[in-house]
Design a protein around this ligand. Sequence first.
Ligand SMILES: *[C@@H]1O[C@H](CO)[C@@H](O)[C@H](O)[C@H]1NC(C)=O
Ligand SMILES: *[C@@H]1O[C@H](CO)[C@@H](O)[C@H](O)[C@H]1NC(C)=O
Length: 281
Amino acid sequence: MRPSGSCGLPTASHALLMLLPLLVPLLGAPRGVSAGAGAPAELRVRVRLPNGQVTEESLQADSDNDSISLELHTPDGTLVSFIADFKKYVKIFRALILGELEKGQSQFQALCFVTRLHHNEIIPSEAMAKLRQKNPRAVRQAEEVRGLEHLHLDIAVNFSQGGLLSPHLHNVCAEAVDTIYTRQQDVKFWLEQGVDSSIFKTLHKDTEQALLPRCGQVKDRGMPCVCHYGLSLAWYPCMLKYCHSRDRLAPYKCGIRSCQKSYSFNFYMPQRQLCPWDEDP
Ligand SMILES: *[C@@H]1O[C@H](CO)[C@@H](O)[C@H](O)[C@H]1NC(C)=O
Ligand SMILES: *[C@@H]1O[C@H](CO)[C@@H](O)[C@H](O)[C@H]1NC(C)=O
């Protein structure tokens, strides 16, 4: 390879290496040890939730597996986890919701929502692995609030075969074996990618589900109903920023843009009592 001269033409690897040093003024200094191959890189940040409260969020990038995971605790004790599996075009949301024992609810309840991962929803895992922060006490607020997304989930994912969809499913959704949901339009995409159709089971035809009442309006604890659950990813790197420099011909990656996004899930519950958080407004 030609040694770079005073004109400093950037090579591809040069451009990638610049991401870390140039993120330093933005997010902070490297911790000294960079994540080696196989070891997921972790970033812990303090973030402001949509309701204004502050919580700690953990972001991990696994460049070998080409995946990113995010985890945060909400003030009500719920643990929200999110995995972006770039290899399989899959994103997984999991909520571990604490029950109210005095109301006869179980200790916790797990829900898993699996949907298609599109390009450009979140930065690549290899860029995520390079993010560092100088001031871990700083409370971060997303630069961009992305619109609330409503998802209507009408398909169940078979847990024992879920590994065929994404290898992460077995770890993430182990507590939610009977409550792993996805959508018809996402299934259609994965089938085109060669995923086996036996993983999926249609729960209720759209029209039938539309006829089912919302759980919040159902009194009978044993009745089937449409359950609702909402969650937010408080802060995540959603885009790479590019900078221009007189020394370089092309724009280069020099930072990230952070986003916040909320999701609203509607899905079938066979019994009203399995959706205790849904209350009639
Ligand atoms: C999930 O798949 C396994 C293996 O094919 C099958 O034995 C099992 O009955 C399926 N579970 C459900 C709930 O359909
Ligand atoms: C990739 O992900 C799978 C499933 O989560 C995990 O078992 C495996 O250890 C990961 N591989 C690496 C290199 O981290």
